[in-house]
Each structure stands twice: as structure tokens, then as C-alpha cells.
Design a protein. Structure first.
Length: 428
């Protein structure tokens, strides 16, 4: 399906920008369930194990309208997205899971399907736990930015992604040592044509008092190794999470101009640092604890652009594969056309605030108001809406996203000023 450039640009600015989507309901099981963490707890469970086969899913109908400041007509889009999940549980902790996602676009009468996840869980004597296949991993502790996560193929989004994140293909393993120490690893086989093309990550995690921390490393042929450190703790009523990555040189490709020609390159900065820190607290409203939750997060990206490439309106000659289809254009167009734009990772400094009020007016209604800002170019997205979900798993939501700041910033380059989204869904 061919999507108009302004709408595609808006999707790029909003989608891979932040926060949740139900990253496979079963994903945390392998790392957090009692049968994984302690061997002793597994004994009584074995006697009760039975083979089960379960189906679940959800369907979501979406209506979207995009308002442009200079356009006579605004972009409208409607579609439906559905997920069907299979969960097969066998004896001895063996499990298979699959999540198939299908979308239908009535304007073009096209149907698109993708297998978001498909994996198998098994273990060796309940001492080492494995998950092999296509999977979304929990790697990193912050809410939006995860500089230590170089494994997942899709970053978290600021505006809720409708549907699920795509999984990375490989083999994950977990070796628990009681409840205080854990070793996690992932062998990335997704793009490997030869054994030397395999990538991987390893993490050692420990719990000390109220603080959980981990050191990690990631490596792949042709890329600089990346080392990471992350932690989560609690100070009074405030939950704190943080993570930092360090690499000899940045693996990200950037855009530069050389003699009127745009080209991609990797910066030679020594010991590149990226870091995120998160503070979250729940507040009592009325008779309910944590009815209001407030989360703030900050991100530092050492090698990010100090000035937005989208603000340069000069025309340049293109190099590389893009030049075959589009020989000239702006820096922003070259950045997008070369697939180098990662929303919320373009510049050096970012900040975000997430607030949620549950039981808003009625029991089943939740109010959300979130804001993300590129501190370098002063552009941002203000996202506010309400979500209704009842006991029968029917849901409805209204979301309004305002793109704020000067023109041609990271969040305003598409020319869109407002995006509204109305959803109706059911889970089964």
C-alpha cells in the first residue's frame, strides 16, 4: 500500500516514539515466574502439569485524522488490526507461543499479515531456561529510552503502537542462581548468512537490598562492541531506573555534506555514551492509592545532531543507493530515504513526562497525558486521551496528539499539527 509522504512522515515521527503495546503477554514469564527463579518451587508444580492449548486475541478498529496547517484537505485513514495468539503448554516447562497480526485497509482493499512472535520455551533440569524463535525481549529498565537494548528490532514508541512489536529471531537463555543472581544471554541469528555473522548479548544481574542492577555487553561483526549498565531501585516513594551504554565508537550512521553531495558515515568520537534515567511515583487520590501516576524520563545521546537536519532546506546531490531513485533533495529527505531516522534518538537531549489517572470519572475510564520534547530543537509531542475498558474486555479510546514547536523540527517536519485517533476494540 502506497502511503502519502506527509502521512508517512507523521507515522515516523509518532510511531517509533514511545511506549507500550503489549509486548507479548507471555514475555515476562521466562524471567519472572516463580518456577524459573527458584528450583524448589518447581517440584509441586510438576505434579500438576497438564498439556493445554489456548487461543486468545484481540481486534482493534481505528479511525485517524491528521490536520495540516497549510493543507486544504487533511489526511484520513481507517483500518482494523487483529492479533491471534496460540499458547501451547506441555509438560516439564515446555511451551510454544505464536502471535499472528493481520491488518485490513479498506481504502486500498489490501490485507497485510505478519508473524510478530513465534517461539519455543524449554529447559535443562529447570536450571537453564531457553527460548528459541522470534521474540520480543525485556532488555533495559527505562520506560521509553533503552540505550542498553541493541537486540530488539523495534524500539518502544511514545504514542501507543496499535498492534504488537516485531520480534527478533534468535536463542535466549537464562541461568538463575537463587533469587539474587541471574545470567541472561541472547544469540541473534536473524540476519546471519554465515556463522561469523551471528550477534549476541550477555547480561549479569544481581539483587542487593532494594536495588537490582546488571552489567551487559553486545557484539556483532562489523560493529563496535557496546557495554551497558542498568539499575532499578526505590528511594522513599519514588521508583528509580537508569541505564547507560558505552562504546569505543558509535555504530549509528549519520548524514554529512561533502562538496555539495550528501553521504552517510560513522562518527569517530571516542567512547560514546548514551544514558537514560527514569523517576516514577504513584499518588493517592480519593480512596485509592496510586490512582495518579507520574513518570519523568531524560535521555542523553552524545553523538546526536545538535541542529535538526530537517531545518536545512538546501538541495544537495544524493549518494549511495538512494541516488538511483532520487538524485537530489534536502538533508531531511536523504535521512528519511536512507532509513537513518530513529524517532526520539535524532538529537542529543530529550525529556518526557507520562501521567495517568485511573478511575477517571467512572471506574473503567483512564485519563493519560504525556509529553516528549527534543531539547535541542524545541519541538515536541503532547499526547492526551481517555481509554475505556470494561470487564467484558471491550475497549474504546480517544487520543489527540499535538505536534508543537518551530517548523521543521524533529516532531514538526511533516507539517502536521494535530492527529486524532479513535479506537474500538475487543479482547477474547
Amino acid at each position: 500500500m502506497k502511503i502519502p509522504f506527509p502521512l508517512a512522515a507523521l507515522a515516523l515521527a509518532l510511531s517509533p516514539a514511545a511506549a507500550f503495546a503489549g509486548d507479548a503477554a507471555a514475555e515476562l514469564e521466562m524471567f519472572s515466574s516463580s518456577e524459573v527463579v527458584t528450583q524448589a518451587a518447581a517440584a509441586p508444580a510438576e505434579a500438576e502439569e497438564k498439556k493445554t492449548l489456548g487461543f486468545s486475541g484481540e481486534a482493534l478498529s481505528v479511525l485517524e485524522d491528521v490536520v495540516y496547517s497549510t493543507a486544504a484537505g487533511n489526511s484520513f485513514n481507517s483500518y482494523i488490526v487483529g492479533n491471534l495468539m496460540l499458547d501451547a503448554r506441555l509438560k516439564n516447562g515446555v511451551k510454544a507461543f505464536a502471535n499472528m497480526e493481520t491488518s485490513y485497509y479498506p481504502r486500498t482493499r489490501q490485507t497485510a499479515s505478519v508473524l510478530r512472535e513465534a517461539f519455543l520455551d524449554f529447559n535443562l533440569g529447570r536450571r537453564v531456561y531457553f527460548r528459541t524463535g522470534k521474540q520480543v525481549l525485556q532488555w533495559g529498565r527505562c520506560y521509553l529510552w533503552n540505550p542498553v537494548d541493541l537486540i530488539n528490532v523495534e524500539k518502544k514508541t511514545f504514542v501507543r503502537k496499535l498492534g504488537y512489536r516485531d520480534g527478533a529471531y534468535g536463542l535466549k537463555f537464562h541461568v538463575p542462581f537463587g533469587t539474587d543472581y541471574n545470567i541472561y544471554g541472547f544469540v541473534d541469528t536473524g540476519n546471519a548468512a554465515e556463522d561469523r555473522d551471528l550477534g549476541g548479548a550477555l547480561k549479569f544481574e544481581l539483587l542487593t537490598g532494594r536495588t537490582e542492577m546488571a552489567v551487559s555487553g553486545w557484539a556483532k561483526r562489523g560493529r563496535r562492541p557496546v557495554f551497558g549498565y542498568d539499575l532499578s531501585s526505590r528511594l522513599g516513594d519514588v521508583d528509580i531506573a537508569g541505564e547507560v551504554s558505552l562504546a569505543r565508537r558509535d555504530n549509528t550512521r549519520f548524514v554529512r555534506e561533502d562538496g555539495g553531495v550528501l553521504e552517510t558515515y560513522r562518527k569517530n568520537d571516542d567512547w560514546v555514551t548514551k544514558a537514560a534515567v527514569n523517576f516514577s511515583e504513584g499518588f493517592r487520590l480519593g480512596e485509592f492509592n496510586d490512582r495518579l501516576t507520574v513518570t519523568t524520563e531524560f535521555f542523553y545521546n552524545q553523538t546526536g545532531y545538535a541542529k535538526s537536519p530537517f531545518r536545512d532546506r538546501a538541495a544537495y546531490a544524493f549518494s549511495g543507493p538512494l541516488a538511483l531513485s532520487r538524485p537530489t533533495g534536502t538533508k531531511g529527505e536523504f535521512l528519511l530515504g536512507s532509513g537513518l531516522y530513529e524517532p526520539n534518538y535524532l538529537s542529543r537531549y530529550y525529556a518526557a513526562v507520562f501521567t495517568a489517572v485511573s478511575r477517571f470519572i467512572i471506574t473503567d475510564l483512564t485519563l493519560n497525558a504525556n509529553y516528549v520534547r527534543n531539547l535541542d530543537d524545541a519541538s515536541g509531542v503532547l499526547s492526551a486521551g481517555v481509554t475505556y475498558r470494561n470487564l467484558n474486555d471491550f475497549s474504546a479510546g480517544l487520543l489527540v496528539n499535538a505536534l508543537l514547536g518551530p517548523a521543521r523540527g524533529e516532531y514538526t517536519f511533516s507539517g502536521a499539527r494535530l492527529n486524532t485517533q479513535l479506537t474500538f476494540g475487543v479482547a477474547f
